[in-house]
Design a protein around this ligand. Structure first.
Ligand code: GTP
Ligand code: MG
Length: 355
């Protein structure tokens, strides 16, 4: 299962308490205070691991708690620090806080949501973005561990040689958070189901997506890397196909548009043969519309048209009509025969690789 959005409850460890103790040894009945400090509580830390590609593990383990620090001890011994809790996420994970007001807001029946259950805010705009973790090993401390309290050995002074004072540890931070994967690729493939997006990705890049002659073969996004002989790279994201009405929840591609939200360029893959009696011009117009309805800004992103299935008989005539309507760069290809792909690669390189 591909999971690209989870809500978690995170809690850092509390600091350990400082100790209150006095040195007692043979021949030293009144040794000084020797209570050590408490250890620091562990923090909850989010770290990017490029080998992780989704967030599924946190769906099943939404409670992420770090360990408490241990209490200080006699003989000036400090308590051990609590272990951190490390949350590994894929590159492109956006971390947001779910504000308290939403968590403690009454639910439908006038009840409060339980404190340890992450609730789903109706409105994403209420979330407070905290971090956008992009590169491998990017880190973010979600909840800081509490500081350990000082033991009584720290409170000795010229006027008080035998202090009984010590501190408790600080509480660790806690909260509820959303982790959302918004993949980062240079170019994103957008098209109707069966248009041949996955075929293109498999022929252009090192990726091996599933390809089949039925709609909605692709159920989860995938990123492939195109490597050029001089080691320049362009990565391309394949997502499930979009259909008319996608913005109203028809089909499943819409949910996945977040994975191309951050692409620098969109590649509209059009079945130029007009299989199943469709008109490629309408397909294109509909796709553009769905994209803009998803996000106005995504509709304004630079794009190219990839005219696919040019090997089929109707395609050439359709392409002529298409060119008359769409005044854009159009690259004719036949994905499953690898025809036209060198040109497509060259164009991607021209537009996406910095020199
Ligand atoms: N004739 C012809 N068929 C193609 C071409 N490219 C892809 N196909 C076929 O079209 C069908 C769909 O290909 P996919 O790559 O799975 O299409 P998709 O756009 O990824 O589809 P979804 O994942 O369902 O959105 C497969 O049967 C492919 O073999 C092409 O250039 N010419
Ligand atoms: Mg596919």
């Amino acid at each position: 299962m591909f999971v690209d959005r989870v809500r978690i409850v995170a809690r850092a460890g509390n600091g350990g308490a400082g100790a209150c103790s006095f040195l007692r040894e043979k021949n030293m009945p009144d040794g000084g205070p020797d209570g050590g400090n408490g250890g620091r509580g562990g923090s909850v830390i989010v770290v990017v691991d490029p080998h992780v590609n989704n967030l599924v593990r946190y769906r099943y383990a939404p409670h992420q708690f770090a360990k408490n620090g241990q209490n200080g001890n006699k003989k000036q011994m400090s308590g051990r620090s609590g272990a951190d809790c490390i949350i590994t996420v894929p590159p492109g994970t956006v971390v947001s806080r779910i504000p308290e007001e939403i968590i403690s807001a009454p639910t439908g029946e006038g009840e409060r949501a339980p404190d340890d259950l992450a609730v789903v805010p109706e409105d994403d705009s209420l979330l407070e973005p905290m971090a956008d973790l992009v590169k491998p090993d990017d880190k973010f401390a979600l909840c800081q561990g509490g500081r350990g309290g000082r033991g009584n050995m720290n409170f000795k002074s010229s006027t008080n040689q035998a202090p009984r004072r010590y501190e408790n540890g600080e509480e660790g931070e806690r909260g509820q958070f959303q982790l959302e994967l918004k993949s980062i690729a240079d170019a994103g493939l957008v098209g109707y189901p069966n248009a041949g997006k996955s075929t293109l990705l498999s022929r252009l890049s090192n990726a091996h997506p599933k390809i089949a002659p039925y709609p909605f073969t692709t159920l989860e996004p995938m990123i492939g890397v195109i490597e050029y002989p001089d080691f320049a790279r362009v990565n391309v994201a394949d997502i499930p196909g979009l259909i008319e009405g996608a913005h109203e929840g028809v089909g499943l591609g819409y949910e996945f548009l977040r994975h191309i939200e951050r692409c620098r360029m969109l590649l509209f893959v059009i079945d130029m043969a007009g299989s199943e009696g469709r008109d490629p011009r309408d397909d294109f117009a509909q796709l553009r519309k769905e994209i803009s309805l998803y996000q106005k800004e995504l509709g304004e992103r630079p794009y190219l048209v990839v005219a696919n299935k040019m090997d089929l008989p109707e395609a050439a005539e359709n392409l002529k009509k298409f060119r008359r309507r769409v005044r854009r760069e159009i690259i004719p290809v036949a994905g499953d025969r690898s025809e036209g792909l060198e040109e497509l690669k060259a164009v991607l390189r021209r537009d996406l690789v910095k020199v």
